[in-house]
Design a protein around this ligand. Structure first.
Ligand SMILES: [Zn+2]
Length: 169
């Protein structure tokens, strides 16, 4: 049993007559505030439902999307190669910095050799060698690692941003 007042028709009857377009229940609804409200609510619901079901894509929707996708250049490989190039360049630059700072490295070696002669000289030599190494190579090495990290992150981000490639669905 529904919670409508006694004079009101059953909702089932009301909706059946609404679909039919005429009937005593429908006539009653025109006079009754409660039933009119129910009918209005029903109408709104149907409108919302049809709005939900309606936006069917146009028949050539998939075709247009696929054409758009095909028109776009496939960026994945190009980005990948760009990332690899940056990575390779970073490595080469880093290697170059390390090789060119051989003097700093051998400075530490000289300090080690001095240790065999004089402990105090070693400490000084080691300190100066480490200082030289740190002063000359630390910044480039740190920069190199930052560059590698950034380029890797950049590459990963670009790859992730490209998302899955469209399949031949
Ligand atoms: Zn009523």
């Amino acid at each position: 049993m529904t919670a409508t007042i006694p004079e009101c028709p059953e909702l089932e009857v009301l909706f059946t007559e609404l679909e039919a377009g005429a009937g005593p229940a429908l006539a009653h609804a025109r006079e009754c505030e409660v039933c009119a409200a129910i009918l209005e609510e029903h109408r709104q619901l149907e409108k919302d439902l049809s709005r939900l079901a309606d936006p069917a894509p146009p028949p050539d929707f998939v075709h247009r999307v696929m054409a758009r996708v095909a028109a776009e250049p496939p960026p994945l490989h190009r980005e990948l190669w760009t990332g690899l190039s940056i990575l390779a360049a970073s490595l080469l630059v880093g290697l170059g910095v390390l090789v060119s700072n051989d003097a700093a490295l051998s400075g530490a070696g000289t300090g080690l050799a001095r240790f065999l002669v004089d402990g105090r000289a070693f400490l000084e030599g080691l300190r100066s060698g480490v200082n030289a190494l740190w002063n000359t190579a630390a910044a480039p090495v740190a920069g190199l690692f930052a560059l590698l990290l950034l380029s890797s992150l950049f590459g990963i981000k670009r790859l992730a941003g490209n998302g899955p490639q469209p399949s031949e669905a």
